[in-house]
Design a protein around this ligand. Structure first.
Ligand code: HPA
Length: 234
């Protein structure tokens, strides 16, 4: 048991999937895992452990934004020794060739955040995915009937930006999409020598303003869970 996770020692699997939304954690665990049990409900940030084809897996909500994810990932790694951590979530696309419903597998994530400035000072650290997980996720995604993009994204501390010109610079530099968690996940994985990846669905498009309808969200969320599980145990 930690400050934010009520699981007993041994109740968290080495492989952890991290949706932002705790109810998505519940849905994914009930839909994809066997022998599911609730292992965390501190602050309503639900976490479940079960098995997928015999492999132990935990699906733990991370909350929204890097400060929230950072709390859970620090405790999952340092207190429960999680070894493979895969974010499954949504993102806003910012390139013309990327459409709503597409899957994005984040090779790198730039950060629009000061969270790690005290650590890196003047260095601009480049958070990147684990190569083996990335490769396995691409292979898994290619089996789906869904456009998949692999490249850089950016993680922002703000959802409601006052600075659209930063989005424009990201777009100009080929960044595929924006979300709010992956850069911190990749940074912590690098710091503690763990494997990390973010598999994302495009839920909205910053240029066309198209947004995914509610029932499509569930279907595409399911696809991400499949890609993440296949990549984790490839
Ligand atoms: N901004 C930040 N995070 C997001 C977005 C967005 O537009 N869409 C989905 N997650």
């Amino acid at each position: 048991m930690t400050i934010h996770i009520g699981a007993a020692p041994g109740e968290i699997a080495e492989t952890v999937l991290l949706p932002g939304d705790p109810y998505r954690a519940k849905w994914a665990a009930e839909t994809f895992l066997s022998d599911v049990r609730l292992v965390n409900e501190v602050r309503g940030m639900l976490g479940f452990t079960g098995t997928w084809h015999g492999h132990p897996v935990t699906i733990q909500g991370s909350g929204m934004g890097m400060p929230s994810l950072s709390i859970y990932v620090n405790e999952l790694i340092k207190d429960y020794d999680a070894k493979t951590l895969i974010r499954i979530g949504s993102c806003g696309a910012m390139q013309d060739h990327v459409a709503v419903r597409d899957i994005i597998i984040a090779m790198t994530s730039s950060a629009l955040s000061n969270m790690n400035e005290p650590v890196f000072r003047q260095l601009k650290f480049a958070p990147c995915a684990d190569w083996g997980l990335l490769r396995a996720a691409v292979t898994a995604a290619e089996k789906l009937d869904r456009a998949t993009h692999v490249g850089g994204i950016f993680s922002s501390d703000v959802f409601y930006t006052e600075h659209p010109e930063i989005d424009a610079e990201m777009e100009r530099h080929g960044v595929l999409a924006v979300e709010m968690e992956a850069a911190e996940l990749y940074t912590l994985a690098a710091r503690y020598g763990r494997r990390a990846l973010a598999v994302l669905t495009v839920s909205d498009h910053l240029k066309t303003h198209e947004a995914l309808p509610a029932d499509d969200r569930e279907r595409s969320f399911g696809e991400m869970v499949e890609v993440a599980l296949e990549a984790a145990f490839a």
